[in-house]
Design a binder for this molecule. Structure first.
Ligand SMILES: [Zn+2]
Length: 422
């Protein structure tokens, strides 16, 4: 019979994400999963007669591993190759140029960069990724970590003004468990026809999987959506894609998505920088996720999302992404949380913490598996080795944690969890 030793992690502060904070609490872990959590005394009482080990983290904070809802690992090779502040259209030109130079020509280097970026993702306390890619570099990098230890939704990106008889490319048929899934993501409303958007959304809905799309990211996108003209239309035309053939102007990207029936509670609108009150109302009424990537927006110079308005709109569930190393210095969610705190001092840091954990998990369809410390979830959690002076500051303390310093990332079947698999 398999060995079933229980490991109990105790700490002064436990933030389950899914329920209120527990002071002087802990979690019990067995075979890579959390089996109980609670107050220290109750927890120890539950396992008193069992074969258990105790790790007391002292004054530390225990919280779930973070969830990065939007990234493109395959673009990791572009780190430091694009200057900041170019504005979206220039940034896009440079990104496409690099893609052409690297992908297909330097595939080994592209793969190595993706693997290296993923290692850093893990070191920075993230154990779940929404990874968008045209190729399989991201999925290969994630596979290199082994099965059931790192969770991901691999979004196969569709970038095309596609004809009516859109055939979706085949997704890899892998024996993924509850922790890894494949789905599609249309790139944006200006590179996918309404028919393509509808077809992809129908597919996602039919398979019970999230639908994610770049939405209202830049001024250039807003211009193209309103007028079918501007620098993005020029870029498309240079690539032989006449905007007028697949696109009809709309008031906004959000409204266009609504018109094709793509807004619902399993849709993730990534960026939402240039959204107005009507857009926010629509997203709110449709119960969508909004994935904020504030440092990527700043890197490109594409504007500032109305963070407070989005967080406080009822119905909108905010989650967080880093986007790729082509538009960010690193893939740190702690830095994204800190950035959001600075941008929206009126928003409670607990809401920002939830965006990076439990909301991210539910956006990716992984509720109860990651993003919380609940029985049944993977034993994937962080230990911040020093707690705040008082309970009042706990969430601000977490959201402004200088990440890799004194951070222990305990992952299923790994780290201090010595439990053997199976
Ligand atoms: Zn992106």
């Amino acid at each position: 019979m398999a060995h079933k030793k229980t490991l109990i992690h105790l700490a002064r502060w436990v933030l389950p994400g899914s329920r209120p904070m527990i002071e002087d609490g802990g979690i019990a872990v067995e075979r890579g999963h959390i089996i109980a959590l609670g107050d220290k005394r109750d927890l120890l009482g539950l396992f008193v007669s069992k074969d258990m080990d105790i790790v007391d983290h002292g004054d530390a904070v225990l919280l779930p591993s973070l969830v990065n809802v939007h990234c493109h690992l395959e673009f990791s090779f572009a780190k430091d190759l694009i200057p900041t502040g170019l504005g979206f259209a220039k940034w896009l030109r440079r990104a496409m140029e690099l893609k052409q130079q690297w992908i297909g020509n330097k595939n080994e280097a592209v793969k190595r960069a993706a693997i290296q970026a993923l290692k850093e993702v893990v070191a920075r306390g993230i154990n779940t990724l929404g990874d968008v890619g045209n190729g399989s570099f991201g999925a290969l990098a994630i596979d290199s970590l082994g099965k059931d230890v790192f969770c991901a939704l691999n979004f196969r990106e569709i970038i095309h003004p596609l004809p009516h008889d859109l055939n979706l490319p085949r997704l890899p048929d892998l024996p993924y468990g509850p922790c890894r899934k494949n789905t599609y993501s249309p790139h944006a409303v200006y590179t996918c026809s309404p028919d393509a958007l509808r077809k992809i959304k129908d597919w996602c809905r039919g398979h019970g999987l999230p639908f994610s799309i770049h939405c209202s990211e830049s001024m250039e996108e807003a211009e193209l959506v309103r007028t079918a003209r501007g620098p993005l239309a020029d870029i498309l035309a240079e690539r032989g894609r006449k905007v007028d053939e697949f696109f009809r102007p709309a008031r906004s990207s959000v409204e266009l998505l609504h018109a094709v029936g793509a807004l619902d509670p399993s849709t993730i609108c990534v960026h939402c920088v240039h959204v107005d009150d009507r857009d926010v109302r629509l997203l709110s009424e449709r119960g969508c996720y909004v994935c904020l990537c504030p440092r990527s927006n700043e890197f490109i110079g594409s504007g500032t999302a109305p963070v407070s308005r989005l967080f406080s709109a009822p119905g909108i569930k905010v989650c967080i992404g880093t986007d790729s190393l082509a538009s960010n210095q690193d893939l740190s969610l702690f830095k994204e949380m800190k950035k959001l705190m600075d941008m929206a001092p009126d928003i409670h840091p607990e809401d920002i913490f939830r965006a990076a954990t439990i909301n991210g998990a539910s956006a990716l369809g992984l509720s109860g598996v990651v993003g919380c410390l609940e029985p049944g979830a993977l034993s994937s959690f962080l230990v911040l080795e020093e707690g705040p002076p008082s309970q009042k500051e706990i969430f601000a303390h977490v959201c402004s944690w200088p990440e890799q310093s004194r951070l222990i990332h305990v992952r299923p079947f790994q780290g201090t969890d010595k439990t053997k698999r199976g």
